[in-house]
Design a protein around this ligand. Structure first.
Ligand SMILES: C[S@@+](CC[C@H](N)C(=O)[O-])C[C@H]1O[C@@H](n2cnc3c(N)ncnc32)[C@H](O)[C@@H]1O
Length: 432
């Protein structure tokens, strides 16, 4: 992070009230760009928008007077539509440079994996509500199902969460057992030989995870495209443009247990996402697929899902560190959230109900600007929720406590609660 020119304006320091936060290193005038995250480390466009949102620059066809985008990757097969569209040839070409395997043609490609994904997943629109119901575990042919059933009542501890993941790894040790376990953990009524049932949320999460696995793999591959050629468009390998590395991602806050405790059915969902991602990667490279060398893209991806650690690392940071990818007309009340992305360095801004920083998306990039003059030493904060004058203390706190698992300590909340303790917003190091 310190390599980035934009970050010379602030530093990340521990606070006494809410983990780390960002503090101005010098006076900063209103309207200054303090951070540019050129692209997300991992992102997903919601399934329902994928014909309307460009797979590279996230531009939304309706904002350009079109019902959908028509520029597609040529699969060479008229019957198989690629699960991604682009607004222009330029975007398609840049995407290809970043997502197609830069190495041997024998290696797995993004396209093969995602085509297999689409063939394997089955969904129902009303699935989310039904499938998160504990009653779906009707038969217990695996210890994993039985264990998840006992946890669905709400008693999730660190130990029994770890045990669930251990059982998941054991159950998903072979592609065949993954498939039957996934079917068992899905709704029994939709279990069939034709596919695996995933809720919309699970399918989107699985594609978010795959994107993170691709980024991690491409960043590590020696044949990755040179950043000097293409850096201004936010290519994955260009750390100078603030995408961040895998180690940067690991530095982010983890709220896995809080998240699962607040919604115990999430544990089963996360485990299904892991099982499905593992199944898709291993079945794309299965007996009928191309041979996989350990150093190839497919080989590296297989290694990343051999146990649940890497997938869990991403899932555990997903909830509290991602940003919605909104259509550009953000001030519009009917504005749609098109997807979400992990813009790694943007995740250090704490929340304030009187924010100093506003974020703005420009294509794949997320920019952070000061909303007013800020003095050296002052904290730089964004707002995670609606903080308009109409949004009451009760409403704001309910949202932050319910969705973000913290009680807001900002000055506005303290003032409205009846007392301001300014010291609480200072960084630990600046306190006497
Ligand atoms: C996106 S992260 C921000 C960076 C985080 N503080 C860290 O150390 O990684 C959001 C988390 O920061 C903390 N946080 C942010 N704003 C806060 C606030 N106004 N009051 C209390 N805690 C806050 C909460 O723990 C929240 O889950």
């Amino acid at each position: 992070m310190s390599d980035s020119p934009e970050c010379s304006l602030f530093e990340v320091l521990p606070t006494v009230y809410g983990g780390r936060s960002t503090f101005a290193k010098q006076d900063i005038t209103k309207g200054t760009l303090v951070l540019k995250c050129a692209a997300p480390y991992s992102s997903v466009i919601l399934r329902k928008f994928r014909k309307e949102v460009c797979g590279w620059c996230f531009s939304y066809s309706f904002e350009h007077g079109k019902r959908k985008w028509d520029t597609k990757f040529d699969t060479g097969n008229k019957n198989s539509a690629p699960p991604i569209v682009f607004c222009t040839d330029d975007c398609l070409n840049t995407w290809e440079r970043n997502y197609q395997d830069p190495g041997t043609a024998k290696a797995l490609s993004w396209l093969q994996i995602h085509s297999n994904f689409e063939k394997t997943v089955t969904q129902e629109t009303a699935g989310l509500a039904k499938s998160t119901n504990a009653s779906r575990f009707t038969t217990f042919s695996t210890n994993l199902s039985l264990h998840l059933q006992t946890l669905s009542g709400g008693d999730v501890t660190k130990e029994n969460m770890e045990e669930a993941w251990r059982l998941a790894e054991e159950t998903f040790s072979k592609p065949k057992t993954i498939l039957s376990a996934l079917r068992e953990l899905g709704r029994s009524s939709v279990s069939s030989d034709n596919g695996v049932f995933l809720t919309e949320f699970e399918a989107d999460s699985a594609r978010f995870i795959l994107d993170g696995l691709f980024t991690r793999t491409f960043q590590a591959m020696p044949s990755a495209p040179s950043s000097s050629e293409t850096s201004s468009s936010g290519d994955r390998n260009d750390s100078a443009f603030n995408i961040g590395s895998w180690n940067d991602l690991l530095e982010l806050q983890v709220l896995e247990l809080d998240n699962i405790r607040s919604r115990p059915s999430l544990l089963a969902s996360f485990i299904r996402v892991y099982g499905f991602v593992k199944y898709i990667i291993s079945s794309t490279s299965g007996p009928s697929g191309p041979p996989i060398e350990a150093s190839s893209l497919g080989g590296v991806l297989l290694g990343l899902v051999s146990n649940s650690n890497v997938v869990r690392d991403i899932l555990a940071r997903d909830h509290s560190n991602v940003f919605g990818i909104w259509e550009q007309a953000e001030d519009d009340v009917d504005c749609e959230m098109l997807g979400w992305g992990m813009f790694v360095f943007g995740a250090y801004f704490n929340h304030d109900c009187e924010p100093t920083i506003v974020k703005k998306r420009e294509g794949r990039s997320l920019m952070f600007y000061t909303m007013r003059d800020v003095a050296a030493g002052e904290e730089l904060c964004t707002s995670y929720i609606d903080v308009s004058a109409e949004s009451t203390l009760e409403k704001r706190n309910a949202e932050l406590e319910g969705e973000w698992f913290f009680t807001c300590q900002c000055e506005r909340c303290q003032r409205e609660r009846g007392g301001v303790d300014k010291a609480v917003k200072k960084s630990e190091t600046s306190l006497p």
